[in-house]
Design a protein around this ligand. Structure first.
Ligand code: SIN
Length: 196
């Protein structure tokens, strides 16, 4: 690997749909952050009059997480290595894609491998101060909002199912994501009505 390459950590849609040129994609984790479906989406998975919900990260010590039922665990996702020559173009594209409240943060990324190693990189985080932030709600309420939301990037349930599927494929635990997925399956099952 060239020292000048750029590492980007994806933990939401960037896990399964990076849509930017990269040299390699590696399952990876970051410490001290919790992934939550607390960010509103009016430009990808919802609309201004009917926001969807997508994930953001909160520092583990954030007061909004004080009643969190899940044990602290690393946040798993995918780290992408981007060639130095492509970095500016990739970041310009991501800044545009993540413009709905996300800002770039520098972070230490732990890459899986033999042996695992840590690299500096970037992650897009939507803080509670951004205007699209929706904040905590029960898994049931989150699922009900997601069930009917749809935006230019597609249906909001697809975002949840693709993220959960990708985490499962890397054997990555995430109590919150799987709880929202389970609640969403219940809500969508109710909407389908009884079968048989
Ligand atoms: C990410 O995937 O890393 C950021 C949030 C998103 O685009 O869903």
């Amino acid at each position: 690997m060239s020292d000048a390459s750029l590492w980007i950590f994806g933990y939401g849609s960037l896990v399964w749909r990076p849509a930017f040129a990269h040299r390699r994609a590696v399952p990876a984790s970051i410490e001290g952050w919790a992934r939550r479906f607390w960010q509103g989406s009016t430009d990808h998975r919802g609309l201004p009059d009917r926001p969807g919900r997508v994930v953001t990260l909160l520092p583990r010590a954030h007061p909004m997480l004080s009643r969190c039922p899940h044990p602290p665990e690393p946040c798993w996702g995918t780290a992408y290595e981007v060639e130095a020559a492509a970095a500016d173009a990739v970041l310009a594209g991501l800044d545009h894609r993540e413009r709905g409240g996300y800002a770039r943060l520098e972070i230490e990324i732990r890459l899986t491998g033999h042996p695992p190693r840590t690299v500096p990189g970037l992650v897009y985080v939507a803080t509670p101060e951004n205007p699209e932030f929706l904040g905590p709600a029960s898994p049931e309420a989150i699922a009900r909002q997601i069930a009917t939301a749809r935006g230019p990037s597609g249906a909001n349930p697809e975002y949840v199912f693709e993220l959960a599927r990708s985490l499962r494929a890397m054997a990555a635990p995430d109590g919150h994501v799987f709880e929202v997925e389970a609640a969403l399956l219940r809500v969508l099952g109710e909407a389908d009505g009884p079968r048989g």
